[in-house]
Design a binder for this molecule. Structure first.
Ligand SMILES: C[S@@+](CC[C@H](N)C(=O)[O-])C[C@H]1O[C@@H](n2cnc3c(N)ncnc32)[C@H](O)[C@@H]1O
Length: 280
């Protein structure tokens, strides 16, 4: 069976495609989040570890690692985890965080064991439309202690729908990224429940070896990303099923009002665990 898209898409080439998503941008995001809710959690969660879920190559971890609580980064991608290891190593001993290879649908952490879970830069919505992502939310609700927070940094789905239009007309962008020509074609999926991006990378003439080092062979690399387009109500309802209630939000890393920027920065608080036994 071929790999699912989220294995192919987050390969060694991924940091080159998103080079502008760097440590400086991560810092802006992490400056905002504590203004929405404490990263270290509150109540029984206070002081427990913090999880960067889908940590990628660690651009947020280098900042989080200076917090007073233990920090863990989890990701499925071996090349991105290797990048995180390099990045943390080069920041010196002040920046330590544990790194774990795992799948966000089955978290290797105990019930009520974490103060916070951060799903940053749309590290969420990868498994099909809406309800197909419930397993991840269930895991977040399970591992958070009461008073812990789930920080979800997700695109503003309303803006994506407006940009791509209800007819689903594709929008294509072509560019050169390092040793590759790249085309990215975005459109809405059926019933506007997902956003689809077809990505094609082709080695530039004479730069085949460099491309190969990024996992792009002579025949090129192509894949289709498919990310769920949640409405805010959908997200809130899914979260509520797992005892998570939205307590804060912003529309961008500068603290824009929710709906007034390009992103949704949402904070869900884990309610008291007295009701956990009623989970479906
Ligand atoms: C859009 S990237 C964001 C990475 C990082 N948070 C950042 O802001 O740079 C999504 C990340 O989720 C990871 N990922 C995708 N599917 C996953 C899964 N099933 N379990 C764990 N991580 C996964 C990818 O490998 C990738 O690093």
């Amino acid at each position: 069976m071929p790999d699912p898209w989220f294995v192919t898409a987050f390969g060694a080439h991924y940091p080159a495609l998103y080079a502008h998503r760097d440590e400086a941008e991560a810092s802006r995001c992490l400056d905002l989040l504590p203004r929405l809710a404490p990263l270290e959690g509150s109540g029984p969660a206070a002081g427990l570890p913090l999880l960067d879920l889908g940590c990628g190559d660690g651009r947020h971890l280098v900042h989080l690692a200076s917090l007073s609580v233990p920090v863990v980064g989890l990701d499925l991608s071996p090349p991105l985890l290797a990048g995180a290891r390099r990045r943390l190593g080069s920041e010196g001993s002040a920046s330590s965080a544990a790194l774990v290879r795992g799948d966000m649908r089955r978290l290797p952490f105990g019930d009520d064991s974490l103060a916070g879970v951060l799903s940053l830069f749309t590290a969420f919505g990868y498994f099909g439309p809406l309800a197909a992502n419930g397993g991840v939310v269930a895991e977040v609700g399970r591992v958070l202690a009461a008073g812990g927070h789930w920080f979800l940094d997700y695109f503003d789905a309303g803006q994506v729908r407006r940009e791509l239009g209800t007819e689903g007309a594709p929008v294509t962008r072509a560019r050169v990224v390092g040793p590759c020509a790249v085309t990215e074609t975005r459109r809405l999926g059926p019933a506007a429940e997902t956003v689809i991006k077809d990505v094609v990378l082709t080695p530039l003439p004479g730069r085949e070896d460099e491309a190969d080092a990024l996992g792009v062979g002579p025949a090129g690399l192509s894949y289709r990303e498919q990310v769920a387009l949640f409405g805010l109500d959908d997200l809130d309802s899914l979260a509520a099923l797992h005892h998570l209630e939205r307590i804060a939000g912003a529309g961008g890393y500068e603290g824009e009002p929710l709906g007034g920027g390009s992103r949704w920065l949402l904070v869900y608080r884990r309610r008291d665990s007295g009701t956990r036994g009623e989970d479906a």
